[in-house]
Structures are given as C-alpha cells and as structure tokens.
Design a binder for this molecule. Sequence first.
Ligand code: ADP
Ligand code: MG
Length: 384
Amino acid sequence: MAAVAPNVQPILPPAWLGVLGGGQLGRFFVIAARNMGYRVAVLDPHRDSPAGALAERHLAAEYEDRAALDELARLCQAVTTEFENVPAASLAHLAARTRVAPSAQCVAVAQDRIAEKAALLAHGFPVAPYAPITGEQDFGRLREFPAILKTARLGYDGKGQVDVARAADLAGAWQALGRVPCVLERRLALERELSVIVARGPDGESRAFAVAENRHRHGILDVSIVPARIDAALTERAREMARRLVGALGYVGVLGVEFFVVAGELYVNEIAPRPHNSGHYTLDACVTSQYAQQVRALCGLPLGDERLLSPATMVNVLGDAWRGGEPPPWQAVLAEPRAKLYLYGKAEARPGRKMAHFTVLDASPERALSVALELRARLGIGEA
Ligand code: ADP
Ligand code: MG
C-alpha cells in the first residue's frame, strides 16, 4: 500500500482546476466542477472540443507543449486528465508545479497494457492468461488459443486488436498491428462484462459505485445496465476488488475498472485512469456523479456518497446513427419522461464516434432496460 497523505489541504471554490483532454468525459468534469463553483481550464489541441466549449479557459495546444503546460500549472491549483493517452512526461512536468491526480506513474501503468497487466498480477489480481509480445522470441509464450493480440499502447474501443485463432496466425497478426509491443491474451468465454467506477482521495479513503453490466457492439460500449444482473456476493467482490486495486496502486482520483465474468469468477480486463463511459449513469442515478467525485478526489475533499438512487440503463449514441448527415430523431428520446439525453456538441458525426448518450431511470430495472432498448431502436441503432 502506497503512503497516504492525510494532510493535503483541500482546494476550495472558486479555485481554478485544469483538465487534460477536451472530450465528453472532460465536458462532464467541467460541468461538475463549475456547478461546485470552481473555474476550469481545458488543455486540448482541437479548437472546438466538447469540454473546451464549456470551460472558462481553453488552451488549444498539444499535450507536450511546455508553454501551455506551464500556463495551466500557473493558473490551476490542481490538474486532472480525462483520457489515458496523455503523455506521462506532461503529467510529471505539471506535477513539479501544481497538484496532479491521478499521478503520472499511475497513468503510465494504465496506458500500457504490458505494464498494466504486470501491475495487476504483481498485486494478485486475476487477469486472463497472456504474454507480452515485443519480438518474435515471444511468439511461443502463450499456448492457449484462440487469443487476441492487442497493442500495448493507444488502443481503445476495440481498435488495435486482432483475433488470433491459432498459433500459426500470430506472425500475420503482429505484422498487421505494425510489429509494435503487444499483449497476446487468451480469448475467454465471457458470461458478462462488468465495470466498477472507484474513487480514492489523497487521504486513502475510497468508494466504489454500483456495478454496471456492459454490452459492447463492434468493440464499443453500447449499453450499461445498473445494477448489474449478478448476485450480491459477486457484486460485493467486484466493488471490493476495485477498492483494493486503487489502494494497491496508491491511486488518487477516479478509476474505471473493467471486469470479465468467466465461470462465475472475476477477471480484471483493464483499468482507465479517469471516469468511464459506463459510469455516465452516475450523472442521474447517484447522489454523487463520477465527475463530482473526480472533483472531490482531486481537490482533497471528502468523497461524496456513491449510493444508487434508482436502477438505470445507459445507451451510447454513436455517429452511425446519423443518416446522410441527418441526426437521429431525438424527439423519440425527449418524449420519454424517464429518459435523460446528453449531446456532446461534436460537429461531425463519424461512424464509431461517441456523439451522445441517454439514460433511462425506472424503479424497475427491467423496465429501465426495456424502455432504453425501445428508444435505442427508435433512434435507428440496430443490431450488427
Ligand atoms: P479497449 O481498450 O478497446 O476497451 P478491451 O481490452 O477492453 O479494449 O477490449 C474490448 C472488448 O473486446 C472487451 O470489452 C471485450 O468485449 C472484448 N475482449 C477483450 N479481451 C477479451 C478476451 N480476452 N476475451 C474475450 N473478449 C475480450
Ligand atoms: Mg475496454
């Protein structure tokens, strides 16, 4: 367990907070922070970004831009991130000048599948059988097939992954991924996919949100059902494991933990050093949202109550739902009183791009799910 810093001074509003990355996760961080009276600066190279549009300041510069990082550090009492591919060196540069959470070291672990799996194993967390692949000498290290080859870095939404049915297919798969460092992972027969959003403050206090059950489509999160349809014992194991994980990593901030359920057992798939897509439901269904929790952990405030107030189902809306440039029929969602729609303000709808989501709340979890799936169909989000 990493050292706990009990005497971190809380940062109170109207202090400035910074966030690296201007996507929708950053946008919800900006909203949560501003609701609490903080001012927010976003660093993101794109002129129009979902988070930059709502922040008091938008520094449109590259993440390696030292002058921009220095300006962010000068302005902000604390800085966090909304995506894992921020250069760890930039976080380290910031950390020498202002409070940064999560740490450069934790982000470095989460952004590299080889380091991530090694850290999980070292702390005793179950992971799928795997082998790091950094050259042909590693090809014989995993003997269990079918498998999936995943690039160690920069993969997301199923990108940077190739199926490897047999050992003989590995050379071609590695070639297809550009012969970069990878992990080769046994393909497991998944009963379910789960996620837990967990937060840990600088004083070592941690809280885990309700467990989400996630369905993916083409490698991208499609639907999150909360609470997950699993028994109480597995629910508690997942939440407890997530809390143990942030403790073991000495992590400060909000972490998304993805789990596989195989034969009733939990495996940690991957971790994300930020709020998670599957945690959007916390905006509407919890006392504290994952974004407000991110503000609290960053500022060294006591963590908020993570209690689930209502069952919920969240549906992602990707750019695929735009037909011939026309947005999907939002009135279908807006006409449903139990649904809450969030559009991220992205100008261009590209296939696979996360454009919006909606969450349906109902006291009956079955009804929340069925209404959500009906609305999803009305938006024209189809199967396969
Ligand atoms: P990403 O960073 O793209 O989210 P993941 O490793 O989470 O990468 O993989 C994306 C999806 O692919 C997972 O949510 C799961 O549906 C499937 N998947 C990944 N690894 C495995 C595995 N070892 N066995 C079975 N399915 C897998
Ligand atoms: Mg994933």
